[in-house]
Ligand binder design. Structure first.
Ligand code: TLP
Length: 346
């Protein structure tokens, strides 16, 4: 029985075409600016995302950290959604390394209200850390893969700009947001000064993310990347897979939205499982299993025994993420396994 991997789209494996491109990649020392394949990936990424320049970074976490370091000074305040990835899952790097403090604003399923953000930005005062950056996350991971629409993006950006703040977007899954909104991705990114997006999630590249912005910002981020030890040498081997990811893998992401919806609909019909269907917009399904009389860890363990891998959001939350290796048949098998577990006497 093959395992159905719903823990994350980070589990995607490189395609055959990626492996071939990696083998054949022309490479050089990228710290010296001499890797032609990295240069090609950075130029392609900048064009696709609608910014002047882009930087290849080892991970989304480093891309976000570099954005914070490059936009802010130590002691600055960064306004962000209370459950955003930068705050929740990046090991406190923004404070430990970049020296900034977060100002958390609660969103609705991860989507910020511009009025709440306006209220959170404090007037200049000797007592306060100066607010210099607003970060957004689109799609929002802990919100359940939710999308911030274009009107809200514009309003949030204008609130920040009124106060002289820059805007960075964690767009790890921004192409999913573009599919959901049925707009070119540049319609989303035009509202922000910088954007990070991942090649290594649904796009299936083995490693890497991009940080994009204007040329001057990206040059300063490049220096900061070196400072963090993220200067990579013959990185064209990895960039080659990233080029295939951007050229070939973006359009198919809609298939992952369809499998996620099918999973969510099936789950919502199982007694003891609660799914907020409003949050099911892209490739993430967050649901609550308190009604099954078990904890998230117990549920995940029982499902793993049945060959279906979920991630947990304790105490009762479960997350499923769909991707290229999850077919509709897998979704039906996963649902059958949940139904069988739910029907067991406890
Ligand atoms: N998210 C991972 C885990 O870290 C939770 C996942 O499995 O979803 N921004 C967002 C919105 C993300 O979801 C992630 C990865 C990142 C940034 C960080 O990317 P990496 O893993 O490349 O550092």
């Amino acid at each position: 029985m093959t395992r159905i991997e719903l823990r994350s789209d980070t589990f995607t494996l490189p395609t055959e075409e990626m492996r071939r491109a990696m083998y054949e990649a022309e490479v050089g020392d990228d710290v010296w600016g001499e890797d032609p394949t990295v240069a090609r990936l950075e130029a392609l990424a900048a064009t696709i995302i609608g910014k002047e320049a882009a930087l290849f970074v080892p991970s989304g976490t480093m891309g976000n950290l570099l954005a914070v370091m490059t936009h802010c000074h130590r002691g600055d305040e960064v306004v962000m959604e209370s459950e955003c990835h930068i705050y929740y899952y990046e090991a406190g790097g923004m404070s430990a390394v970049a020296g900034v403090i977060p100002r958390l604003v609660k969103g609705k399923n991860g989507v910020l209200d511009p009025d709440d953000v306006r209220r959170a930005i404090r007037e200049p005062n000797i007592h306060y850390a100066p607010p210099t950056l607003l970060t957004l996350e689109n799609t929002h991971n802990r919100g359940g893969g939710t999308v911030t629409d274009l009107g809200t993006m514009a309003a949030l950006a204008s609130v920040a700009r009124e106060r002289g703040m820059k805007v960075h977007m964690d767009g790890a899954r921004v192409f999913h947001a573009a599919h959901y909104l049925k707009v070119p991705v540049t319609q989303i990114t035009k509202h922000v000064d910088s954007v990070m997006f991942c090649l290594s999630k649904g796009l299936s590249a083995p490693v890497g993310s991009m940080l994009a912005g204007d040329a001057e910002f990206v040059e300063r981020a490049r220096r900061n990347r070196k400072m963090l030890g993220g200067g990579m040498r013959q990185a064209g081997v990895l960039a080659a897979a990233g080029i295939v990811a951007l050229e070939k893998m973006v359009d198919r992401l809609v298939e992952d939205h369809a499998t996620a919806r099918c999973l969510a609909e099936g789950l919502s019909q199982i007694d003891g499982v609660a799914v907020d269907m409003d949050t099911v917009q892209t490739n993430i399904v967050s649901f609550d299993i308190a009604g099954l009389g078990m904890t998230a860890s117990e549920f995940a363990r029982a499902m793993a025994e049945r060959g279906v891998m979920f991630s947990t959001r304790p105490p009762y939350g479960i997350r499923a993420v769909t991707h290229r290796h999850v077919t509709m048949a897998d979704i039906h098998r996963a649902l059958e396994a949940v139904r069988e577990l739910a029907a067991q006497p406890r």
